[in-house]
Design a protein around this ligand. Structure first.
Ligand code: ADP
Length: 739
């Protein structure tokens, strides 16, 4: 979207007040689809019903009118967590916003009410039950109220997935505040729910807007539930920093899964309605402030959680209906960066849900629940584009294309390849090594590797040794993953991910069942350079990752001082842009997405100073948009590839496990670790090379010249020593000399 076009439509130099407010107060260059039209209708005094997808920017649609109207804007919102968040954010932009709810003590409530009565507040957030309480709305009726915005308006309808009786009371607003403009917002509403909202609220002179439900930056992925935990763990390891939500259907389920993840070294916490409210708040804050990476929750968590940088939403159990699924998975990627929505599906989950439905008291309720469950199960089990099917549920036809769409589209690419013989070779090798080894080792045996471990175990004597030399390791890895995914093999999470053959696998091995798979995508060595699934965003990865890390650390320090979540200060998207554009004066800084005058004034200095320091130290230059690194297939905004390897190493994984998790070659992983050793990030290399071998290697290094390569050292030591070991000792040596 070009600014020139925006400006032309707005009449060139004479910027409209809407656009001027968007730019100067909120720091955004252009409106998102429908925002301008919605705001204009509200300004014209029309009632509005707006359906915008999550992340579509609904809040701005009532916040800008609130600033431009003379009177008060009341925002009705169901959750206290949302209010505090939104109000903090608005105040950080210099906007007179406040909220009144039960988290405040009576004195605070009185003070805020008085400020409202004195006309000092432009935006007031309240829950529906408070707004409709007799005294409250009568007091408001005596003030000048310009607009009532109703967020999550679908909660008013019994046909929606989240009906809340307290929302029903809102049907009296029209009668209590006859002259006010009403604007209803929601991210999910079928036609029936939309009609219900209009009728209940008595909307008149209606302007309604229905934006696309498509969320192009989300990747939809349905995976078999068999060996879900091992699969989930592998996935999470590929996301060492990204925040995510994992939904489970029961409280116990959340506790168990969170405990397992913690035992595996992840920063995770459980969240459900059975926890005391302070504890819930504490855990939610820990997630919002990035203190914990993963929140494992029932659906009690999430409504109104406005964290922009959620990189993945996993459903560990089957949701009850598609509408709920759309809403929950939609909490991923609100900042527009590529994000994943993963659902683990098994038919067993459908049976379990059916059992619960049968317990419901009313026939009609049972019927609706059955229909909805069937739609959900069909969506998960059909081999049809997930995006298209999800949009069809909302009556939206989808005929365009996105680069990262869904698991079905990805597996549909090209003509299937007959992998039967290769699958038999691979599984016989698993059987010959007695189902006691992981993927990496099995592939090394197949490809006839001379790795020390292969030789020590005498696996070079096996009949399957070297039978797979004709295929590259990446292709074997692809095949092994596919066989696990499709249930031919199991990866035993409880035993170091060793591969085991299932009954289905035996059918292939002994009875010749054919294995047809999509052709593997051409892979480059480093996932970060994979451009085949890249998104169109220019903001995918920081131009200078090291600076990005420094800016993140700075943001975290400021956030801790001010006790606000980091993203209130700047979003990841803004930091990525700063780390590419290197703005060092105020006018350049204001151009960063999401940074207005107020934020430049409040936070600009320390961030610009950090940029300056970085430029002075490194001589870095701005990275023009066309040369910026694009987001990777599994995006990990933060951190270089070396850091990802290092994190896994520090979590206790050995080289083979890291090769498995990251799908990298041994030499690449060793290279990462050597770089980390040289940078002083790994202090002791005893885990990598035993002390006695270190001494032998050091002695050999001492006999060589400084400029000699690994080869010269190996020649002295002989074949018993691997290049990897020599590389590590050399890196430690270089580090020690540098001091
Ligand atoms: P939702 O529709 O889910 O309520 P929000 O109002 O929370 O969405 O907006 C999602 C994100 O998009 C927020 O970080 C918001 O600041 C940002 N945003 C909203 N409008 C724009 C815009 N015109 N340009 C850029 N970012 C925007």
């Amino acid at each position: 979207m070009s600014h020139a076009i925006e400006d032309a439509r707005e009449g060139g130099a004479g910027q409209s007040p809407l656009l001027a407010t968007l730019r100067s107060t909120f720091g955004y260059a252009a409106f998102r689809p429908y925002q301008r039209e919605i705001i204009q209708s509200i300004m014209d005094g029309r009632d509005v019903l707006a359906l915008l997808p999550t992340g579509g920017g609904k809040s701005l649609c009532y916040q800008i009118p609130a600033l431009l109207f003379d009177g008060l804007t009341v925002v009705v919102s169901p959750l206290i967590a949302l209010m505090k968040d939104q109000v903090d954010r608005l105040q950080s932009l210099g906007i007179a916003a406040t909220y009144i709810n039960s988290s405040l003590d009576p004195t605070e409530i009185r003070e805020r009410q008085m400020a409202v009565a004195r006309g000092e507040v432009k935006l007031l957030y309240v829950a529906p039950e408070r707004l409709m309480a007799g005294g409250f709305i009568r007091r408001l009726a005596r003030l000048q109220v310009s607009l009532v915005a109703i967020d999550e308006a679908h909660c008013i309808s019994a046909w929606g997935h989240d009906f809340r009786p307290e929302y029903r009371e809102l049907s009296r607003i029209r009668e209590m505040l006859p002259d006010v403009t009403l604007a209803a917002f929601t991210a999910t509403a079928t036609r029936r729910v939309q009609d219900d909202i209009v009728a209940q609220l008595g909307l008149r002179d209606l302007a309604s807007f229905c934006a696309s439900f498509n969320r192009p930056n989300l990747f939809y992925d349905v995976r078999p539930k068999q060996s879900a935990y091992a699969d989930l763990r592998d996935y999470l390891r590929s996301q060492p920093r990204g925040s995510g939500i994992i939904y489970c259907s029961t409280r116990n389920g959340t506790e168990d899964l969170a405990a397992k993840l913690m035992a595996d070294g992840f920063a995770a916490t459980a969240y459900h309605a059975g926890l005391a409210s302070e504890e819930r708040q504490r855990r939610q804050d820990a997630f919002l402030t990035d203190e914990v990476q993963i929140i494992v929750a029932t659906i009690a968590f999430g409504m109104g959680i406005d964290k922009p940088n959620v990189r993945f939403v996993v459903h560990y159990d089957l949701p009850k209906n598609l509408e709920g699924y759309y809403q929950e998975s939609g909490r991923a990627g609100r900042d527009g960066l590529p994000s994943d929505c993963i659902l683990y599906y098994s038919y067993g989950d459908v049976g379990r849900q059916e059992y619960f439905i049968r317990q419901k008291a009313f026939e009609q309720e049972r019927e609706i629940a059955h229909i909805q469950l069937k739609q959900m199960a069909d969506w998960a089990s059909n081999q049809e584009c997930r995006r298209r099917a999800l949009l069809a549920y909302f009556d939206e036809e989808y005929d365009s294309e996105v680069e990262r769409c869904c698991d079905v589209c990805e597996s549909d690419d090209g003509v299937p390849v007959d992998y039967t013989i290769a699958a038999q070779q691979l599984m016989s090798c698993v059987a010959r090594t007695r189902e006691r080894f992981g993927m990496t080792h099995v592939i090394e045996v197949l490809r006839g590797s001379r790795a020390q471990r292969v030789l020590q175990l005498h696996h070079d004597q096996l009949s399957t040794y070297g039978i797979g030399r004709d295929r590259p390791a990446d292709e074997w890895r692809y095949l092994a993953h596919q066989l696990v995914r499709r249930g031919y093999m199991l990866q035993d999470a409880a035993a170091f991910n060793v591969l085991k053959i299932t009954e289905r696998g035996r059918e292939v091995l002994f009875r010749g069942e054919r294995v047809l798979l999509p052709a593997p995508a051409v892979k480059t060595a480093e996932p970060s350079s994979d451009s085949s699934r890249r998104s169109g965003s220019d903001y995918g990865k920081p131009g200078h990752p090291e600076l990005f890390e420094r800016l993140r650390a700075l943001r975290r320090r400021l956030a801790e001082d001010q006790r606000v979540p980091p993203f209130i200060i700047f979003s990841d998207v803004a930091l990525i842009q700063i780390s590419s554009d290197l703005p060092m004066d105020e006018s350049a800084f204001r151009k960063v997405r999401g940074v207005g005058e107020r934020k430049t004034a409040e936070y600009g200095q320390p961030f610009m100073a950090e940029v300056k320091r970085f430029v002075e130290e490194t001589g870095a230059r701005p990275v023009p948009a066309q040369f910026r690194p694009r987001p990777a297939a599994t995006p990990s905004v933060a951190g270089s590839t070396v850091r990802e390897t290092l994190t896994l190493f520090q979590q206790g994984h050995d080289i083979e496990a890291i090769m498995d998790v990251r799908e990298l070659a041994r030499s690449t992983v060793e290279g990462h670790l050597a770089a980390a050793i040289e940078a002083g990030e790994i202090e002791s290399i005893d885990r990598l090379v035993s002390p006695s071998r270190q001494r032998a290697i050091e002695a050999a290094i001492a006999q060589c010249d400084e400029i000699d390569g690994l080869r010269a050292v190996r020649d002295i030591l002989g074949e018993e020593y691997s290049y990897g070991e020599i590389r590590f000792v050399k890196a430690a040596h270089t580090r020690a000399r540098r001091g």
